[in-house]
Design a binder for this molecule. Structure first.
Ligand code: GAL
Length: 685
């Protein structure tokens, strides 16, 4: 569903927990004065408030929330109303224990924490629908209601009997017969064939944990059951408020800024109106440079944006620090504005925070917040937030802009599960997601926009499609790649690709015939090195180091573009290029460092004429990303380094944030960001 409201402004605000302050009327009053002062226009309420909304079964209490709607409307603000299913009251857990989860060791969880609910329980589903219906009936017509925020960060699994039965039904629907299931799961191995559906149990470390087919199907089921629960949650919302868009907040693996692994978000995204995600990078940590981390954040933004090819929301970020890491360092001056604008540059229409007001108690009382409980507004954090609000207001006209990419990189959630489960290769150095991010980094360095897409996405719009380490490649996916290349597309794949089918079964040869046809090579062996060992690739008159993986290949129709320098496959092909139909398919046989990727893709960019139209001399630590209208481009120029940087543009421009003219030489202070617009020349012509 489309909702024009979502482009009426950029949204700025965050999670707000008035239920923690019901005994402090002065605080509630002050909140809205300060929310306006901080230039925030949106609050997300209700996500963990079930205990205050329904203190006793069937006994609802909405007065406090009515009051919040009044207050938000008095400042012309927006409400993103959360459904409360992510945390439930104790009375419910006590009376209906089935709502609580059972862990993989088959232990029943006690009441406590949050996100601790069974997705299958019909009691829980009924309770959730009841309260959601009440919320929709009561607030559905409020002018401030911008969007539904369903639950919070869905994730985790439940292994109770209800879930086991649901899993068995799901399998029955998928395979129809046990014979087909046993074949797909290679059941005769270790006598793991099933003779009755009831014998099947979810994976567990005290039972079956090494049947790849079972593991993969369980993960698929967990995603589908979570979506099923979500769809049950939203039924009353769709019925009563058909025009209010719906989202649920997705996550990243916050410790290393890789995609979250618990759910297949590309599948889930089909069922939300707006993709939103929670972003907490570990800035200012010596493990990686600021630019390295910024490139990963850019990747995650592009992954989430590409799920619907529409503006997304940053639903949570911290205005300063978090409290749940082993070391909780605050953002240094400049970083908050920089990272907030980075999200907008990659297509976000919001910057929302966890949290607006700091809690006094509970696990998150030391988490960063916009408002401190002494209500001071002369703090560094408050001023940073104000500045983001100000810039978002200035850039208001950009909310309907979009991003255009001619380059796509495929990231596949199922592939990540499958390759991580494989008992092979270098067990702790598979690094699928990190590898996809490394390929992305080459284009980030070159300031070329990239879409991060699923295996199902339409490839026709792209000039270049990159498919690193797609270990699990279904026959359909392979067919789609062949069609794309035949029609003129250019594809690049790498080592450890095409080794298993959609059931995680190997092929009757190392590669299926279509893989050989596409790349014009035959894969003879996958060689794995110990950490520290390396080979060489001779490519383009240079020598590049390889590590971890080398594919030993034979040419069929492809040409050799690079050869190995050492080992028993010295002089054989390490990098190949194949013409197929009107297009080309390249295969990079070994894992390398960024220098090879840069040289390889650099040549391809020249070949395909993929250029940055605005920057003539950039810098690997300055990221330039753009948002477009049909006729105009806005360039976000962001210095992700601790030193001053100079870049050169083709044309003079205007910095729309600071309202000043810029020449072709742009000097950026550490962490500085400018949003540039070329006013007199249409460079797209
Ligand atoms: C998120 C969560 C929020 C809050 C935040 C703290 O993962 O959705 O409710 O706990 O982390 O950083």
């Amino acid at each position: 569903m489309e909702n024009g409201n979502l482009t009426k402004s950029f949204f700025h605000g965050g999670d707000y927990f008035p239920e923690q302050w019901l005994n402090y009327p002065d605080i509630l009053k002050k909140d809205f004065e300060l929310i306006s002062k901080a230039k925030m226009n949106t609050v997300t309420v209700g996500m963990f408030a079930w205990g205050c909304l329904e203190p006793e079964e069937g006994n609802y209490s909405f007065d406090w929330l009515d009051d919040i709607f009044e207050r938000v409307e008095s400042i012309n603000g927006n409400i993103i109303l959360a459904t409360p299913s992510a945390a439930r009251p104790a009375w419910m857990a006590q009376k209906y224990p089935e709502v609580l989860r059972v862990n993989e060791n088959r232990q029943k969880c006690l009441f406590g924490g949050r996100h601790n609910h069974c997705f299958t329980s019909s009691v829980y589903r009924e309770k959730v629908q009841k309260i959601n219906r009440r919320l929709a009936q009561r607030y559905g017509n409020r002018k401030s209601l911008l969007m539904w925020h369903v639950s919070n960060e869905y994730g985790g699994e439940c292994h109770c009997e209800l879930c086991q039965n649901a899993f068995r039904h799901w399998l029955q629907k998928k395979y129809k017969t046990l014979k087909d299931l046993n074949n797909a799961w290679w059941g005769n191995f270790w006598s793991h064939q099933y003779s009755d559906w009831s014998q099947i149990e979810s994976p567990s470390s005290i039972g079956e944990s090494m049947n790849h087919g079972l593991n993969l199907d369980w993960k698929r089921f967990v995603t589908e059951q979570t979506i099923d629960f979500y769809r049950c949650e939203i039924e009353p919302l769709r019925e009563i408020t058909p025009n209010i868009p719906i989202t649920t907040n997705f996550m990243a693996r916050e410790e290393d800024m890789l995609p979250y692994e618990g759910l297949d978000y590309q599948k889930f995204a089909k069922y939300v109106d707006v993709v939103s995600w929670d972003c907490y990078p570990t800035w200012h940590c010596k493990n990686e440079t600021t630019a390295e981390l910024a490139s990963k954040v850019g990747f995650m933004d592009d992954l989430f944006r590409s799920m619907k090819q529409k503006p997304f929301f940053i639903m949570e970020s911290t205005p300063s620090l978090v409290n749940w890491r082993s070391v909780n360092k605050a953002k240094r001056p400049g970083m908050h504005v920089l990272t907030s604008l980075q999200h907008i540059a990659h297509g976000s229409n919001s910057n929302m925070y966890f949290q607006i007001r700091q809690s006094r108690g509970g696990a998150e009382k030391f988490h960063g917040s916009v408002l401190r409980n002494d209500n001071r507004t002369d703090t560094r954090v408050f001023k940073d937030v104000q500045q983001v609000g100000h810039i978002q207001e200035v850039m208001r006209s950009l909310t309907t802009t979009f991003r255009k990419s001619e380059i796509a990189i495929i990231y596949d959630f199922e592939n990540n599960w499958a390759i991580n489960d494989a008992q092979a290769f270098s067990k702790n150095r598979k690094e699928y997601a990190a590898t996809v991010q490394e390929h992305y980094r080459v284009f980030w360095n070159r300031d070329l926009p990239v879409d991060v897409i699923s295996v199902e996405a339409d490839l026709r719009e792209y000039r270049l499609v990159i498919v690193p380490m797609l270990y699990m490649m279904s026959a359909t996916t392979l067919q789609r790649f062949i069609e794309y290349v035949n029609a003129g597309g250019v594809i690049v794949s790498t080592y450890l690709s095409g080794l298993v089918d959609k059931n995680d079964l190997t092929h009757m040869g190392i590669w299926p015939e279509d893989m050989k046809r596409l790349f014009g090579v035959e894969l003879l062996e996958n060689d794995t090195y110990y950490p520290g060992e390396s080979n060489e690739i001779l490519y383009d008159n240079r020598i590049f180091k390889t590590k971890d993986y080398q594919s030993v290949i034979d040419l069929i129709t492809a040409k050799s573009l690079g050869t190995y320098g050492k080992d028993f496959y010295a002089k054989s092909t390490a990098v190949s290029g194949n013409r197929l139909g009107k297009g080309r398919a390249y295969f990079i046989g070994a894992r390398t460092d960024g220098d090879f990727l840069d040289a390889f893709y650099g040549n391809l960019c020249v070949d395909l004429n993929l250029n940055q139209a605005f920057i003539i001399e950039g810098d690997n630590e300055v990221s330039v990303q753009s948002r477009n209208t049909k006729s105009d481009t806005y360039y976000f120029v962001m210095n992700f380094s601790e030193s001053e940087k100079t870049i050169y543009t083709k044309y003079p421009s205007r910095d729309i944030v600071n309202n000043e003219n810029c020449g072709v030489k742009i000097v950026l202070k550490p962490y500085e960001v400018k949003v540039l617009h070329v006013e007199s020349i249409d460079i797209n012509k």
